[in-house]
Ligand binder design. Structure first.
Ligand code: HEM
Length: 207
């Protein structure tokens, strides 16, 4: 039977986008709320930096979940929130780096700060991968670069998620369960791409 697909209705799509934006904003408002209540523990700067880093990482993973969800549900609505989720990830990553500079190390000797410790280098690499993705995320840039080139460039997200995960585990002091949980998700998301399109589809910039 051919019915009306309510998932395609403009009202549903708008509601879906708004709900996704609201969900993605939760870490930000939760942090503001904790700040307001003053319950960020003995080292609020550290807590703020960590929670922003975690939000950036989780949103990166959420962004990567959109294509599999589209395939499994045969609904392109997931792709309509992909760019927004990616930009939220970038937004949290910027705040994370700013918080790190403001609350943990200060704004001096930035080169030394970003190159001294291996886990910071991994974080900086993840951040640098996200920058071109955010800059080229607009429709105009997709047109300018051309679909194929844009896609090749946007495979940087796979490198970003892997180095962000390395950054995450490198500085973790405990909670092995959390590390394994995220490792399983990262490997699973990459393995899906590999199954669907081969290794080549995971390598940034490769023709
Ligand atoms: C220049 C870039 C970056 C710097 C300097 C940086 C720095 C830091 C620092 C200082 C911590 C806390 C370490 C501690 O607890 O002592 C941290 C944790 C973390 N960062 Fe970054 N980071 C960067 C980029 C990123 C990016 C791009 C992501 C993700 C997309 C990310 C995700 C995380 C995560 C998930 C944590 C762990 C949070 C937790 O413990 O719950 N970081 N980062």
């Amino acid at each position: 039977m051919v019915g009306v697909d309510w998932r395609r209705s403009p009202a549903f799509l708008l509601g879906f986008r708004i709900s996704a934006a609201a969900l993605a904003s939760i870490p930000f408002f939760a942090l503001l709320w904790s700040l307001f209540l003053g319950d960020l523990g003995p080292d609020p700067g550290q807590a703020i930096t960590e929670s922003l880093g975690l939000a950036a990482f989780q949103l990166l993973l959420a962004t990567l979940c959109m294509t599999p969800l589209k395939r499994w549900t045969d609904w392109s609505g997931w792709l309509r929130i992909r760019r927004m989720l990616g930009l939220f990830a970038f937004f949290y990553a910027i705040l994370h780096v700013l918080a790190f500079l403001q609350f943990i190390v200060g704004w001096f000797d930035l080169w030394v700060t970003f190159t001294k410790r291996p886990y910071i280098i991994a974080g900086a690499m993840a951040f640098l991968c996200l920058v071109p993705l955010a800059i080229t995320s607009t429709k105009g840039m997709v047109r300018k670069l051309g679909g194929a080139r844009w896609k090749r460039l946007h495979r940087l997200i796979y490198l970003a998620v892997v180095v962000a995960w390395i950054h995450f585990i490198w500085q973790a002091r405990s909670d092995v369960g959390e590390m394994v949980f995220y490792a399983v998700i990262v490997v699973w998301l990459l393995a899906l791409r590999w199954r669907w399109a081969g290794w080549g589809a995971l390598v940034p910039l490769k023709r």
